[in-house]
Design a binder for this molecule. Structure first.
Ligand code: ZN
Ligand code: ZN
Length: 121
C-alpha cells in the first residue's frame, strides 16, 4: 500500500473545537475505510486541506470499529453547508460548525457526503 491509498481530512470536534484528522485507507477492493482518528499527522503523508479538491468518494465507505472522535467519542461527522469543512456529529439532529459557527439541522449523513463541494441544503 502506498500513500495514495491513504487520505487524511481535517475535522474539528463540535464540543472542544480541537482539530484532528480522519484517516481513510483504501482497501484492496477499492472501498475507502474510515479507520481511525489521528491527533497528529505522520510526516510523510499528503493532507487534503480543501475538501473540494479531494476525489474521495465515500458513499460506499466503511466505518472502522476503531474510529471515534478523540475528544467526545462521536462516531459520525457532518459537513458544513457554508464553509464545507467537517465537524464531528453526535447524532442529535442539529449541529454547529466548529470552523465558522454556522448552525442548523443536519440534512444528510455520512453516506451522502462526497469529496466534492455541493450545496446540499
Ligand atoms: Zn467530537
Ligand atoms: Zn462552517
Amino acid at each position: 500500500m502506498d500513500n495514495k491509498d491513504l487520505v487524511f481530512l481535517p475535522i474539528r470536534c463540535a464540543k472542544t473545537k480541537n482539530e484532528f484528522y480522519l484517516r481513510y485507507d483504501r482497501a484492496y477492493d477499492g472501498v475507502w475505510n474510515l479507520t481511525r482518528a489521528e491527533k497528529t499527522l505522520p510526516s510523510d503523508v499528503s493532507v487534503a486541506k480543501n475538501l473540494s479538491s479531494v476525489t474521495l468518494d465515500i458513499r460506499g465507505a466503511r466505518l472502522g470499529p476503531q474510529y471515534k472522535c478523540p475528544d467526545c467519542g462521536s462516531i459520525s461527522y457532518v459537513r458544513c453547508g457554508q464553509c464545507q469543512k467537517l465537524t464531528c456529529y453526535d447524532g442529535s439532529g442539529k449541529f454547529t460548525c466548529a470552523y465558522c459557527g454556522n448552525s442548523g439541522e443536519v440534512s444528510g449523513y455520512i453516506d451522502t457526503l462526497e469529496g466534492e463541494a455541493t450545496s446540499g441544503q
